[in-house]
Design a protein around this ligand. Structure first.
Ligand SMILES: [Zn+2]
Length: 392
């Protein structure tokens, strides 16, 4: 008798369906549809996400308040804010806008060892054009390699965690150590309004989870990789040191095509052709590993975000989805580089693709602490009668 795992039974019992408004489909295990075939992501965007998006007059007013506040608090100091710059379109465009707004940022770039040449070129062009101070934090490569290999052995769906975690933790520690209270982020609803939470599980900031996965699947002790703790991330930095993260792209009519054109014209910025091509690790992970191991195509949430934010029609998105995900020659070159850099064979890589999967929840994590913190937050709000913000 053939045995099915619960997982495969659930998959086979759910017939294929694609949203009638966006291009999200049943490859997202948590998706559901209304009677008209419109998916839960579209509803969430309409009813919740879009409430934090102001590509209008109100956005102008709110943005001005934000800028005034940063200038006011930066008076007498060398910088008003910190900007994390990856060389990708969102953070590059942010960098350009900050100059127009007359802010004085310290630009921080975290080099995790996977920068594409294009990313490095873009960063140099921006910093030169805007005359910014740049601080580059180079991550210890042996730490990075051991962590990434641990995640590959663990078969985690979000292989970007070791990179994402160090990117934000370095930025936050650096801001606090230099007395800068405002962090500007290129994160935005227009291009990231729809995300498949079921694909990622948990937060990339969860250092308990990261350390547990590394403890179990890593081969050496981490030397210089500095994580951010639960207490620092949710309590000490935001509440005691009063660090704030702003996402200004949510307060302007941010349009990817127009932004890319402006960057090209102004500083000779070069496009990667696809999202997150700034890291070769991310490129291979998203275009090969994730699709083959998990059946998740990251173009879906991205193109769906573009549809609901009015930057693209569903027909255009479907045409884009029909393009091959990876050019075979480019894939060969990238995979060879990927394996050589991690010092693994192609057979090792194929072994990771075919090997077992584990989830965020299979390892110790900070979810219980987070729920407790949320409870305390709502209690405190009840007592004080006002809204208290923590990260979510
Ligand atoms: Zn939808």
């Amino acid at each position: 008798m053939k045995r099915y795992s619960v997982d495969s039974m659930e998959r086979t019992s759910k017939p294929y369906q694609i949203c009638t408004r966006c291009v999200m489909d049943t490859s997202d295990p948590l998706i559901y549809f209304d009677a008209d075939g419109v998916c839960s992501h579209c509803h969430e965007f309409e009813e919740e996400t879009s409430k934090g998006w102001f590509p209008n007059e109100e956005g102008k007013t709110r943005l001005k308040q934000m800028i005034d506040q940063m200038r006011e608090r930066g008076r007498g100091k060398e910088y008003d804010c910190i900007l994390g710059l990856s060389g990708g379109i969102d953070s590059s465009y942010m960098a350009l806008k900050i100059k127009d707004w007359g802010l004085r940022p310290l630009v921080v770039h975290v080099d995790a060892g996977w920068n594409s040449e294009l990313a490095v070129g873009n960063i140099e062009k921006i910093v030169k054009h805007c005359n910014y101070d740049l601080h580059t934090h180079v991550v210890d490569w042996e730490d990075m390699r051991d962590l990434q290999l641990a995640y590959l052995r663990a078969g985690i769906s979000n292989q970007d965690v070791p990179q994402d975690h160090i990117f934000f933790s370095s930025l936050y520690h650096f801001a606090i150590n230099n007395g800068i209270r405002h962090i500007l982020s290129g994160g935005n609803i227009a291009t990231e309004g729809i995300m498949a939470d079921g694909w990622h599980e948990g937060s990339a900031m969860d250092s308990i989870n990261l350390r547990a996965i590394h403890q179990r699947f890593g081969h050496r002790k981490l030397q210089a990789y500095k994580t951010i703790s639960f207490f620092e991330y949710y309590v000490y930095y935001p509440l005691i040191r009063r660090m704030r993260t702003f996402r200004p792209l949510n307060f302007i009519p941010y349009n990817k095509k127009i932004a890319a054109e402006e960057l090209r014209k102004t500083i000779g910025w070069r496009d990667y052709g696809r999202k997150h091509g700034e890291s070769l690790f991310t490129k291979v992970f998203q275009n090969d590993y994730l699709v083959r191991k998990y059946g998740y195509d990251k173009r879906r949430p991205h193109l769906s975000s573009m549809i609901v934010s009015g930057q693209m029609t569903r027909e255009e998105a479907l045409t884009a989805m029909n393009q091959p995900l990876y050019d075979p020659d480019e894939r060969e070159i990238d995979l060879n580089y990927f394996c050589k850099k991690l010092r693994i064979t192609r057979a090792d890589y194929e072994g990771f693709i075919d090997g077992p999967k584990t989830s965020y929840y299979d390892h110790p994590n900070w979810e219980a602490r987070y729920r407790l913190l949320k409870k305390i937050q709502s209690l405190a709000q009840h007592v004080h009668g006002k809204r208290i913000n923590i990260y979510s």
